[in-house]
Design a protein around this ligand. Sequence first.
Ligand code: ZN
Length: 240
Amino acid sequence: MRFAIFGDIHANLEALTAVLADAEKHEVTHYVCLGDVVGYNANPKECLEIVRNLDCPVVKGNHDEQASIVDELVGFNPLAEEAINWTRNQLGEADKQWLRDLKMVRQVRDFTIVHSTLDTPHKWGYVFNQLDAAASFNYQHTQLCFYGHTHAPRAYIRDGSVKSQLLDKLTLEPGKKYFINCGSVGQPRDGDWHAAYVLYSPDKQFIELRRLEYDIWKAQDKILAAGLPQRLADRLALGK
Ligand code: ZN
């Protein structure tokens, strides 16, 4: 059994396609999505279709929420807001209903998934440091939890105190708790433009971050052709 854990796809079809091809190459048996399927990039409908067809556990992201309701946008910067308004016009009612029905937190086998934090999942807080992670750990009832939202892969480990380290390859040890950010498929912000996702093998208790090349130029062209802000195309290449 091997899981592909991926999130923050943000309507980047080229990046999502690369991730799923890599997962297949690594004989993934189960898929898990950490939310923010839509927003920012140019293929919300196509990405939503693919994720829905995987028929896998998915949790709701803040862009999924905002794209699927009619209320005014709250707490979004102008760039994100423009993209959300555009995204709302691309999605059909069935797409929006599917997004609205997503849960905030789920347990998959023996691990938990959430988009933002376990302490206040509805408030879309960000885990940027040990203090933020410590608050979330208080609500984590499984040894392992995967999350997204910051678009930067990272491992927080609670072993008495909370430590933080870059995510690469990691073997889980008994008695410790893990809060693992899987990075972003479609809009990485850790200074590396490569699409990110995580492979998890429960039998070996082994986690591995994957970074992949994809057709970034095609994704950028589509953003510009859709009339979305130039800055959304530029930031893909910068990884921020
Ligand atoms: Zn996101």
